[in-house]
Design a protein around this ligand. Structure first.
Ligand code: FAD
Length: 288
């Protein structure tokens, strides 16, 4: 099933995310997490692609396993560390196993002195074009409400997002954000640039202080005072932080849906229990 069809129906969609184990890591806990997540009946589950292009076989296997449990999968695919030929093989494998939804990503640059390597992709927009030309996939791409860390400013950032959409991307998924006003302003900027594809709002339930410190270091995501107060008050207490993090994510989602943002993607970080808690908090809202 192509996800673009789902988004066109205009209902609230709710999706989850899983990341594969490292090479050599155990597969069974992953399968168990997939089974717990599929039992929650999300609209789809996205499966991340190992940083630097590692563990790709695992992304394909897990995406196929998600679909065997009756839930559509969205396979992430990064291109900067692979040749065009290697990316073509991954697409062959995905399509051979019935996975027809791909999130086309550049990936982080492994070694800036070597970028772009001959025969490699430079930007995600090139990958979107190639997948489109090949056919047989619904293609999504990433976007950054606060701008991508390498972008000189937000205007350039939107122009590059538009290139991905013009290249044929069907939908966008946002980087996580903790202040909904940042997303609302971003959505206005997209409209001003005539970017009209569905935008999935990426929400991360923060369950420990270390996790959020890592996120801020890597992506520069802003933390609003309300969220900082929660971190200060509960960051040292695992159980309290988990509860407050789930409640904060729930409130963010309620506000988004109340303001007409209907596609919600939860960065579940392989924690089905958090997903279950948040979905239970939203049960009447999600069933509308
Ligand atoms: P691009 O869209 O290519 O953008 C990269 C940078 O180049 C941006 O600064 C952009 O503004 C700029 N740019 C784009 N086009 C041009 C141009 N023509 N000229 C000049 N500058 C340009 N990483 C993983 O390794 N695995 C994953 O599974 C994964 N999943 C992700 C899911 C989501 C929803 C998001 C938001 C990110 C994910 N990432 C993942 C991280 C992502 O790979 C990095 O953020 C990466 O640095 C950028 O990828 P991109 O696809 O956004 O790149």
């Amino acid at each position: 099933m192509y996800l673009r069809k789902l988004f066109l129906e205009g209902h609230i969609t709710f999706s989850l995310e899983i990341f594969p184990p490292k090479p050599g890591g155990d597969f069974e806990p992953m399968r168990a997490a997939v089974r717990e997540m599929t039992a929650l009946k999300p609209d789809f589950i996205s499966v991340t692609y190992g940083a630097g292009g590692g563990a790709i076989g695992r992304t394909v296997d897990i995406a196929a396993y998600v679909q065997s449990q009756g839930v559509p999968a969205l396979a992430h695919l990064t291109c900067v560390s692979s040749t065009r030929e290697a990316v073509g093989h991954v697409l062959d494998e995905l399509s051979g196993r019935g996975v027809t939804n791909v999130l086309a990503l550049r990936g982080d640059i492994p070694d800036a002195s070597d970028f772009p390597s001959p025969g490699h992709y430079r930007y995600a927009s090139e990958l979107v074009s190639d997948i489109r030309a090949r056919g047989g996939f619904c293609v999504g791409a990433a976007c950054y409400p606060e701008g991508h860390v390498e972008s000189p400013d937000r205007l350039h950032d939107i122009e590059f997002v538009k290139r991905k959409v013009d290249a044929g991307c069907d939908f966008l998924t946002t980087q996580m954000f903790f202040d909904n006003n940042i997303l609302y302003r971003f959505l206005y900027r997209l409209l001003r640039h005539d970017v009209r594809v569905p935008v999935l709002a990426g929400i991360m339930p923060v369950t420990n202080r270390g996790q959020v410190e890592r996120i801020v270091r890597l992506s520069g995501t802003a933390l609003p005072p309300r969220f900082l107060a929660i971190l200060d008050r509960f960051g040292g207490d695992k159980r309290a932080m988990r509860q407050a993090g789930a409640a904060y994510a729930t409130e963010q989602i309620i506000d988004l849906i109340a303001n007409g943002v209907t596609n919600i993607h939860l960065y579940t970080m392989n924690k089905p229990d958090i997903a279950a808690e948040i979905m239970a908090n939203l049960s009447a809202i999600l069933s509308r």
